[in-house]
Design a protein around this ligand. Structure first.
Ligand SMILES: [Zn+2]
Length: 148
């Protein structure tokens, strides 16, 4: 059911944006979704297609979904780092636990396995980014324009 409320927020955001920017028709929208939200893309698309009906702006719009990797934050020194910066540490965990390494399953375990690359503190939290609208493709007088 979470997918439906996400689709609803995306649709509301798009319609608000279109009204503010005088856009009459949206062709395509690309959204970024944190990989840890475990949303089902198929259900999200189905929800989007069902809920967009009746809205002229979104009638022909297609939804594209891209999963984003999380970032981490050190509570000791406020350092924000990406999954790439702790790749060595993750590889180590992965080699100890195999493919089903715990971080993959339970992101909140990050602090047990990861240390901050700057201060080596274990007080690390996973930052769950919000869902973002990364790109909107609009149709304007027959021409198609991408808004980044
Ligand atoms: Zn730190």
């Amino acid at each position: 059911m979470h997918e439906w409320s996400v689709a609803d927020s995306i649709i509301r955001a798009l319609i608000n944006w279109a009204n503010e920017n005088n856009v009459k028709e949206i062709e395509k929208v690309k959204v970024g979704i944190p990989s840890f939200t475990f949303l089902e893309v198929d259900i999200l698309k189905e929800a989007f297609d069902t809920m967009k009906k009746g809205s002229v702006i979104l009638d022909n719009a297609t939804l594209e979904v891209k999963f984003k990797d999380p970032t981490f934050k050190c509570r000791n020194c406020d350092n924000v780092f990406t999954i790439d910066q702790v790749k060595d540490q993750l590889d180590k965990v992965r080699s100890e636990y195999g493919e089903e390494y715990p971080l993959h399953l339970i992101p909140s375990l990050a602090s047990s396995f990861l240390t901050c690359p700057r201060c080596v503190s274990h007080d690390v939290v996973v930052q769950l980014d919000d869902i973002t609208i990364d790109e909107i493709v609009v149709r304007e007088g027959g021409t198609i324009k991408t808004v980044g």
